[in-house]
Design a binder for this molecule. Structure first.
Ligand code: THU
Length: 157
């Protein structure tokens, strides 16, 4: 038996001002997208923004439904919109922001497992790394590729 270890590297920032110009623009778009959240049940507003290889930014927000599983997270709303509208463009970066009553939470917005799997697939489809930026109030994390937040990605079929 050999014990193995998986290490995850990421960047932490204490302010949006520390981000580079492109990431800052994407982060602002994710925060702005929180306005489109429809969350009458959880009251948790999530906004997401995807940057495509041509520079276009596509936004999404969580959409809830009385039949709970019919709702969708902000990240998948944004990625599915981007995938359907710009099928030939790679998704190069995704930013996520979340909070209650439209106010950014302190902790960075971490995506659910299902959204990570969808990110993994679009990263594969795009053929280049997709960075993931998780935004909190005074704490921002950036991961350079989806592999860093979903080790041992399922892509075997
Ligand atoms: N939510 C997202 O939109 N993204 C995530 O990564 C986690 C959770 C939404 C789903 C639901 O509308 C609300 O947040 C509470 O779970």
């Amino acid at each position: 038996m050999t014990e193995k270890e998986i290490n995850i590297k990421f960047h932490e920032y204490s302010s949006l001002d520390e981000l580079n110009k492109e990431d800052r623009e994407l982060a602002d778009a994710a925060i702005d997208a929180m306005k489109g959240s429809y969350a009458p049940y959880s009251h948790f507003n999530v906004g997401a923004a995807v940057r495509l290889s041509n520079g276009t930014i596509v936004q999404g927000a969580n959409q809830e439904n009385a039949a709970f599983p019919s709702g969708l997270c902000a990240e998948r709303t944004a990625m599915f919109h981007a995938g359907a509208t710009y099928p030939d463009k790679a998704m190069v970066s995704l930013a996520i922001a979340g909070g209650v009553m439209g106010r950014l939470a302190k902790a960075p917005a971490t995506p659910c497992g299902a959204c990570r799997q969808v990110m993994a697939q679009y990263q594969l489809k795009g053929g280049r790394p997709m960075s993931v930026i998780m935004i909190g109030d005074g704490q921002i994390w950036k991961f350079d590729r989806v592999d860093d937040i979903l080790p041992l990605i399922f892509d075997s079929i």
